[in-house]
Design a protein around this ligand. Structure first.
Ligand SMILES: [Zn+2]
Length: 128
């Protein structure tokens, strides 16, 4: 799914561009942290994951509906992903990181996106 090319902007790029425009400076996909987070803001001790709803098993989300073929395979695979995500996030929180998860569906359409990104600033700044 990440192979889609062309004019589609990836969700993580949407968030990065927004943060950059607000003068936040970040590292991306930094291997030193559990789960290779999409965005690390060292100054704010904040880590942001942008999760695709399907691959990361967003609860009660239309975009995370299982395919009808090979349902068992997908159930297992996606539940493994969820467990891994949860462990990574737990580990980071134990290391005292402020961890924020943004779901793809939250920033898919422009209206939701603007609201979600505005909230994100609060989440980054206020938790310190
Ligand atoms: Zn979703």
């Amino acid at each position: 799914m990440s192979r889609v090319r062309g004019t589609i902007t990836k969700p993580e790029e949407v968030v990065r561009k927004f943060l950059f425009s607000k003068n936040f400076r970040y590292r991306k996909n930094d291997n030193r942290y559990s789960g290779r987070p999409d965005i690390v803001l060292p100054k704010y001790h904040t880590i942001i994951f942008i999760h695709g709803c399907f691959w990361h098993g967003h609860q009660n989300c239309k975009a995370a509906k299982l395919p009808e073929t090979n349902a068992e395979f997908w159930r297992k695979k996606l539940s493994d992903n969820e467990v891994r995500d949860r462990k990574n996030i737990e580990k980071l929180r134990n290391e005292d990181w402020n961890v924020i998860v943004i779901w793809q569906c939250e920033i898919k359409n422009k209206n939701n996106r603007d609201k979600r990104l505005e909230l994100l600033i609060d989440e980054i700044i206020n938790i310190k």
